[in-house]
Design a protein around this ligand. Structure first.
Ligand SMILES: [Zn+2]
Length: 257
């Protein structure tokens, strides 16, 4: 049997029976991998803690038919602090669900993994407010998987720094206020619950520009006025969910808390 050594983040776990479980790893080299852990639920199992959700570890795996089996592992980061707070736990579970949906098997997922690790660390260590960590992750992951919008200039007139602008979620570009009022009647659309078009102040546009192009390790190094955070966070959530065409029960649960 050929052994495979990977660094992976546990993003999903499923109980198979009273002793065994299956978990999903997100790795940089091989993307998403399903791994079976036999006897792992025994309290004396060496792998009990290392196969828990949010754990990042070095795993030694062997492949048998369609699944990988765990042979050994060494924990790098267990993100334990997430488990001490109900809201952090709920948000992190949603983050892992998104990572699961957007990652692929047998393909490199270096950036998706890096952003996942940075996000869970930020949640565990209170690097910023949870709402901003969540929104930053949502918009950044959308950019990383191919949905980076054009934020350089107004698509119609070329204005680069408009005081006010509008972004239609699925269009992938923005219009300045003047062009927007010429082209579409936003008063109906902005006000209704569909929220297909979002108003952006210049500072919100700058925050999106920052997120779209920043290094993953610096994805939280920007500031936004408190008064602008609600619209900004709503936009980032809507932007990701609309592009990947997914709803998440774990997101609804987090929002209900
Ligand atoms: Zn314009």
């Amino acid at each position: 049997m050929v052994e495979l050594k990977v660094n992976g983040l546990v993003i999903r776990e499923i109980n198979l029976d009273s002793t065994d479980k299956m978990f999903t790893l997100l790795t940089d080299e091989f993307g998403r991998m399903n791994v079976v852990a036999k006897g792992v639920k025994n309290v004396r199992s060496h792998f009990l803690s290392s196969t828990q959700l949010f754990t990042y570890a070095t795993f030694i795996l062997v492949r048998l038919k369609d699944y990988y089996y765990i042979n050994d592992c060494t924990v790098i980061e267990n993100n334990y602090d997430i488990r001490l707070d109900f809201k952090k736990l709920a948000l992190s579970t949603y983050i892992c669900d998104v990572l699961y949906e957007v990652s692929r098997e047998n393909l490199k997922e270096e950036n998706v993994l890096k952003l996942g690790l940075n996000t869970l660390y930020a949640i565990a260590k209170d690097v910023k407010e949870l709402s901003i960590i969540k929104a930053s992750f949502e918009f950044k992951i959308a950019c990383e998987i191919g949905y980076r919008p054009d934020l350089i200039k107004c698509r119609n007139c070329g204005e680069e720094n408009p005081e006010n602008s509008y972004i239609k979620v699925l269009d992938g570009f923005f219009l300045c206020e003047k062009c927007n009022s010429m082209i579409q009647n936003t008063t109906d659309i902005v006000d209704n619950n569909l929220q297909n078009i979002f108003y952006m102040s210049f500072s919100m546009l700058c925050a999106l520009r920052y997120l779209a192009y920043c290094k993953i390790s610096r994805f939280l190094s920007y500031n936004l006025e408190d008064s602008e955070q609600v619209i900004f966070c709503n936009f980032c959530e809507k932007y990701l969910l609309s592009h990947i065409e997914q709803d998440f029960g774990t997101l609804e649960f987090y929002k209900s808390l």
